[in-house]
Write a protein that binds this ligand. Structure first.
Ligand SMILES: Nc1ncnc2c1ncn2[C@@H]1O[C@H](COP(=O)(O)OP(=O)(O)OP(=O)(O)O)[C@@H](O)[C@H]1O
Length: 328
């Protein structure tokens, strides 16, 4: 499988303050590198505020990086003119978390599905056929074309959001928490729809989620982020080597709330992105912390095949059984 997306040393800082207040710099994404192979699903997981959405926006070039490169299909996106970038956007699409705000309430479903063509200046052969085949592709009845968003359920709206993202035949789809606002039963239907579409259309996904359990089930490879940095890269069936990933996993899978070792029970304050410590950012919450962790920033080191962790004291590998994904 060839590489579709290569991200190298990507960073994004946001500045605060200015004229009358001292300028402060917030490190939202720091030195992120990864490769996504064609046809694969790469999960990006971490707690709220760890930089997942900023990473998605950087990959799609919706915002510019402070440092680093993104190569899409061998092309450095920074080298593209505005026109070439617009053309490339057809090949990389975003599905939002909130299907309610992703579709303009004044548009009929038909108009919402035709919007990507209008924006890109592309004229489909037959608009009626295009709309009905897009609805069919995501398992919706063609009669919904005349409906308006408020007449659809959350799951139906997310299906429209997915159909719209696929309208221009992209290669890469960035899914930013696409099931987070849906009921659990609807979540499962959307995940199995995404899996079917990936297989049928040969899509590549960057799947962003705060839910490590879902990511382990759905993705091939996982990036775990903490305060803007990658702390672990692991195949979805591998046991975590980083204590943070372990804590995320424990908080996800324990069904009994009394026994759940919640991530919040780790204690310790999460450092601010304005003032990151010199060593490991997880140090003051980590059960394995030593003085070395507080002083020296750990770099990603190999733990096994396709597995790296940025930890001075990684956990020993214990084989785990993960339920394999299947298409319903
Ligand atoms: N334009 C901006 N200006 C200043 N800070 C920003 C900006 N955009 C994002 N941030 C900050 O960067 C950090 C990372 O935000 P981001 O939305 O990428 O996190 P996230 O992991 O996607 O969180 P969530 O799961 O809550 O969406 C947050 O602390 C956020 O406040």
């Amino acid at each position: 499988m060839s590489d579709l997306l290569t991200v190298n040393g990507l960073s994004r800082r946001f500045s605060d303050g200015g004229l009358f207040r001292k300028r402060k710099v917030f490190h939202a994404v720091s030195d992120v590198s990864f490769t996504l192979k064609r046809g694969q699903i790469l999960g990006v997981v971490g707690e709220s505020g760890c930089g997942k959405s900023t990473l998605a926006r950087l990959v799609l070039r919706l915002i510019n990086p402070s440092a680093g490169q993104v190569q899409f299909d061998g092309v450095d996106m920074a080298s593209l003119s505005r026109t070439d970038m617009r053309r490339l956007r057809q090949r990389m699409q975003l599905v939002f978390q909130d299907p309610y705000s992703a579709i303009d309430p004044r548009y009929s479903i038909r108009d919402a599905l035709l919007e990507p063509y209008r924006v890109q200046g592309v004229k489909p052969k037959s608009t009626d056929d295009t709309v009905s085949s897009l609805l069919d592709m995501v398992g919706l009845n063609g009669s919904l074309a005349a409906s308006y968003p408020h007449q659809l359920s959350g799951g139906q709206k997310q299906r429209v959001g997915i159909a719209r993202a696929l309208a221009l035949n992209p290669s890469l789809v960035v899914l930013d928490e696409p099931t987070a606002s849906l009921d659990v039963s609807v979540q499962a239907q959307i995940v199995s729809l995404l899996e079917r579409l990936r297989q049928e259309l040969g899509l590549t996904y960057l799947f962003i989620s705060h839910d490590l359990g879902l990511v382990r089930y759905f993705c091939d490879q996982i990036l775990v982020m903490y305060l803007g940095r990658i702390v672990e890269v692991l195949p979805s069936d591998a046991a975590p080597a980083h204590p943070y990933t372990r804590a995320l996993l424990d908080s996800t899978f324990e069904p009994d709330p009394k026994r759940r070792r919640s991530i919040t029970r780790l204690g310790g304050e999460i450092p601010s992105g304005y003032d990151l410590p010199p060593g490991c950012a997880f140090a003051n919450r980590c059960p394995r912390v030593t003085d070395l962790c507080r002083r020296v920033l750990p770099t990603l080191t190999t733990q096994g095949s396709g597995h790296q962790a940025a930890c001075h004291h990684p956990l020993a590998a214990v084989p785990e059984v993960v339920e394999q994904r299947s298409v319903a």
